[in-house]
Design a protein around this ligand. Sequence first.
Ligand SMILES: Nc1ncnc2c1ncn2[C@@H]1O[C@H](COP(=O)(O)OP(=O)(O)OP(=O)(O)O)[C@@H](O)[C@H]1O
Length: 292
Amino acid sequence: MNGPTAPAAATGPQWGASGVTVVFGKGSAQVTALSEVSFPVPRGQVAAVVGGDGAGKTTLLRTLVSRVGPVSGTVSAPPQRQCAFMPTGASGVWVDLSVEENLNFVGAAYGLTGPDLEQRKARLLETADLAKARDRLAGRLSGGMRQKLAFCMAMLHEPDLLVLDEPSTGVDPVSRVDLWRLISHAAAQGAAVAMATTYLDEAERASTVLVLDDGHVLAQGTPSEVLAATPGVITTGTAPAGDPDLSWRRGRAVHSWHPGPARPGENALTPDMEDSVIAATLARHTTAGGVT
Ligand SMILES: Nc1ncnc2c1ncn2[C@@H]1O[C@H](COP(=O)(O)OP(=O)(O)OP(=O)(O)O)[C@@H](O)[C@H]1O
């Protein structure tokens, strides 16, 4: 994969969410999907949001593009026409149309025609390595190619704000590298990119990371700020060092966490993003009586 997305100087308006709370349902079925979450998405940068199932990632992205309304807080985004939202699983792709027809369809929706449309299509298909597949039905593409097509469709009208919901989930490692290249290229061209990802190595390459758990902010900042703010102490060994609920497997090793301070003779591990997110989640759920 390429290196980190260089934090470009943010110029012009700043997009994103500020102190946003989103509630679904009523009465006993009420769910607070986001609780006072702020998520700046500057131009020229990739802002990543990570978290487990139901953490609120999709809700946050949908809030950014006005598909969900917050009960409080504010959202700043360009006009709808200058936003793009790529839902998870390439669900915006029409499988009965060819690659090129998919792009033509989106182009028509944005009033793009003639040489302008042809040039944009050619450039995107080339960059996504899809030029040879332009006549193939989207339903016959591999998962990774379909995700790349969905990305090209989102980028065709050159949006100012690009919102991607788990663009690389289920994609093979080679296509993941391609997708990351496309995403960082879009940011380098000046787009503000917000993306949810389940791959923490990917989040580590973003300009900023927001870690959500159950609608709450666990950690936020540049990847190095998030790593530096890792709570407690993490150790590595061949078996859990204490409560198995506070341990997780990393390859052949077992990592263990406790709230700290470090015990005598203990060698604390320097955490990567995966360790850091797990530690922050455990810290939130650990009470004096154990893990909740
Ligand atoms: N339209 C909706 N109506 C009711 N509840 C919803 C709705 N959308 C999301 N939720 C709830 O809000 C919470 C956050 O969901 P969200 O889809 O944003 O999480 P997520 O982090 O994207 O999770 P996943 O990765 O599993 O999709 C969950 O409890 C979910 O059940």
